[in-house]
Design a binder for this molecule. Structure first.
Ligand SMILES: [Mg+2]
Length: 242
């Protein structure tokens, strides 16, 4: 259907909603920094931690994630840390060590360098939202005041992606029809396949240059956030143009 605006044909796009971790937030260095602080503290407390390695602490997340993947991220992290502390008989100190980890993890979590200017550009054209499975609260990660709405799985009973209820909550928060919303994220399953199934548009942020999986086609694909404004302009007639 024609947009009725000049020569352009596209759909009306009013709202852009972002995944958090590895999309707008460079989480990996923050998690590694948190685990380095944990390992330092373990070694300070007991010589039994002398042989424990950072690689072992990093592997503990993967070891517990499978059976806890529906749980809140903080709970999964505590289970991973408990496993790490058990390596040096320090499990009784889980509460303090978890506090230490999260203090470092949040202090070190920052947007990717290409994010602030992209958000500034997009804000003039669209309503911006933030919707995550994780616990990267915008205000604790250098993104205070950037979004018109924020959704966090497990708050108010919100199930995690890829549950359809998650995207329904995004649509409700946006207050516009699903087809006017584009979801932007790095996860093929959570940020491309499931949003499209729920009637939203999707942009795959493929920072790593991964091959595109079969079975679904995102509305657009970008390799960095700086390319997003042009990709969205190409995709639809934004609200300003209607
Ligand atoms: Mg992500």
């Amino acid at each position: 259907m024609s947009s009725g605006v000049g020569e352009r044909v596209g759909f009306v796009l009013t709202t852009v909603v972002f995944d958090a971790d590895e999309t707008v937030l460079d989480l990996r260095p923050a998690v590694t920094g948190g685990l380095v602080a944990v390992l330092d503290e373990m070694r300070r407390r007991t010589s039994a931690a002398a042989g424990v390695t950072l690689a072992e602490l990093e592997s503990d997340w993967g070891a517990v994630f499978g059976e806890l993947k529906a749980a809140p991220v903080a709970e999964i992290r505590r289970a991973a840390l408990a496993r790490s502390l058990a390596r040096a008989e320090l499990v009784d100190h889980l509460d303090e060590i978890a506090d230490l980890f999260f203090a470092h993890r949040f202090a070190l979590t920052r947007p990717f360098p290409d994010v602030p200017s992209a958000l500034a550009t997009l804000r003039g054209r669209y309503t911006l939202g933030f919707a995550t499975n994780g616990n990267s609260r915008a205000e604790r990660c250098g993104l205070a005041g950037e979004f018109a709405f924020e959704l966090y799985a497990h708050e108010n009973g919100l199930p995690k992606k890829p549950a359809p209820e998650f995207y329904a909550a995004v649509v409700a928060a946006a207050g516009v029809p699903a087809e006017q919303i584009v979801y932007v994220g790095d996860s093929w399953e959570h940020d491309v396949v499931a949003p499209r199934r729920a009637g939203l548009r999707s942009v795959w942020l493929n920072r790593l240059g991964l091959p595109r999986p079969p079975g679904c086609t995102p509305d657009a694909e970008v390799s960095n956030m700086a390319d997003l404004p042009a990709a969205l302009a190409e995709l639809g007639v934004d609200a300003v143009g209607v």
